[in-house]
Design a protein around this ligand. Structure first.
Ligand code: CP
Length: 314
C-alpha cells in the first residue's frame, strides 16, 4: 500500500508545498530558540534504518524524533542484527513494520527498491540517502538555508564542485531546481562528471575560477572514493586539490555575499581546506543545524497526517 506522507524523491512536491516546508522549518527553529514550543508528549515509535554509514542525517533524525515526541528505534549498520545472519533488508523492514512504527527513515544502497518497498508497507518512508539516486532531505536543508538568507531561490546560481557523478545530493538538487527555478552549474574533472549532462539545464565550467565568478552559492562535494571503480591514487588527489579544491585564495574570486556549502563529511585537504569553515560566507555548520529542524518539520507533518505529495504518485 503506497503512503501519501512518504518522501522518496523531491519531484513529488510542488513549489507551494516546498515553500510551506521552508516557512514551517524557519518558524520551528525560531520557536525552539525562544523556548516557546509546547512540550511534546510521546506519540509512538519510528524506525530509523541506516544500512549505510551516517552521522549528520542519522543524528539529526534522532534529534528531530526526540523533539517531536517520537521514540526512535535505530539500526546503524548490520553489526549485531540478523542482517549478519543473511536476513535481507526487505525482511528487516517487513519485520519492523510489524512492531507498528509511525514511519520509517531509511538510508540504503541503490539495490534496495524504496519505491517498491513503499507499495508493500502501510506507513510513510522518508528517504535518508538512497545510493546514488537521491538525498531529498539534504537538498531541502541546503535550500532552506539559502531561503533564509535570500528569501527566494528563483534565478539564483548554485555551483557544485567535485564528485558530481556519484552525488545523490546533486540528483535531488536537479529535481528541486526545476521546481524552485534556480540554476545549477557543474565544475569537476572529466572523470567525475556524469556522462549524460543536459546542457539546457546545467552550466558546465572547466575552470573553478570561472565557475566561482558565476555562482551565488558554491557547494563543495566529497570525493566519494568508495564509489569509484578504480582506486583514486595520490597523483589524482593532488591534481584534484590543486585544480578543484576550495581554499581561501581560490575563494577571493567568489562574491563577497556568496554562500559556501558542503553536505559533509569533508575530506580536508582534498575538496576543501579547513580555513574555509571559518570563512564568513560558510554556512556549513548552519546546514547541520537546519537539517535537524527540516527533518523535524517533515516528521511533524507526518504526525499531523499532512500529505507531502501534491502532484503525481510514486
Ligand atoms: N550529509 C550527510 O548525509 O551526512 P551523513 O552521511 O553524515 O549523514
Amino acid at each position: 500500500m503506497s503512503d501519501q506522507n512518504s518522501l522518496i524523491e523531491l519531484s513529488q512536491l510542488s513549489e507551494n508545498k516546498i515553500n510551506q516546508l521552508f516557512q514551517s522549518c524557519i518558524e520551528l527553529k525560531k520557536k525552539f530558540k525562544q523556548h516557546t514550543l509546547p512540550e511534546s508528549t510521546l506519540k509512538g515509535i519510528a524506525v530509523l534504518l541506516f544500512f549505510e554509514p551516517s552521522t549528520r542525517t542519522r543524528f539529526s533524525f534522532e534529534a528531530a524524533c526526540a523533539r517531536a515526541g517520537v521514540h526512535p528505534l535505530i539500526l546503524g549498520g548490520a553489526s549485531g542484527t540478523s542482517l549478519e545472519k543473511g536476513e535481507t533488508m526487505e525482511d528487516t523492514i517487513f519485520n519492523l513494520e510489524a512492531m507498528r512504527p509511525l514511519f520509517f527513515v531509511i538510508r540504503c544502497p541503490d539495490a534496495l527498491d524504496l519505491k517498491d518497498i513503499q507499495k508493500q508497507i502501510s506507513v510513510p518512508i522518508i528517504n535518508a540517502g538512497w545510493g546514488m539516486k537521491g538525498h531529498p532531505t539534504q537538498a531541502l536543508l541546503d535550500t532552506v538555508t539559502l531561503f533564509e538568507r535570500w528569501g527566494s531561490l528563483r534565478s539564483k546560481k548554485i555551483l557544485f564542485v567535485g564528485d558530481i557523478k556519484h552525488s545523490r545530493v546533486v540528483g535531488s538538487h536537479r529535481q528541486l531546481s526545476s521546481i524552485l527555478n534556480y540554476k545549477i552549474g557543474y565544475c569537476a574533472p572529466r572523470e567525475l562528471l556524469p556522462q549524460d549532462i543536459d546542457a539546457k539545464s546545467v552550466e558546465v565550467f572547466d575552470g573553478l575560477d570561472e565557475g566561482l565568478k558565476w555562482a551565488d552559492a558554491v557547494v563543495g562535494l566529497r570525493v566519494q572514493k568508495e564509489r569509484h571503480a578504480s582506486q583514486s591514487d595520490d597523483s589524482f588527489i593532488s591534481e584534484y586539490r590543486h585544480s578543484f579544491g576550495l581554499n581561501s585564495q581560490r575563494l577571493e574570486k567568489f562574491k563577497s555575499d556568496g554562500l559556501i556549502l558542503h553536505p559533509g563529511p569533508i575530506n580536508y585537504g582534498v575538496e576543501l581546506e579547513k580555513e574555509v569553515l571559518t570563512d564568513s560566507r560558510s554556512v556549513i555548520l548552519q546546514l547541520v543545524e537546519n537539517g535537524a529542524f527540516m527533518r523535524e518539520t517533515l516528521i511533524r507533518q507526518i504526525l499531523q497526517n499532512q500529505s507531502l505529495v501534491i502532484k503525481g504518485s510514486l
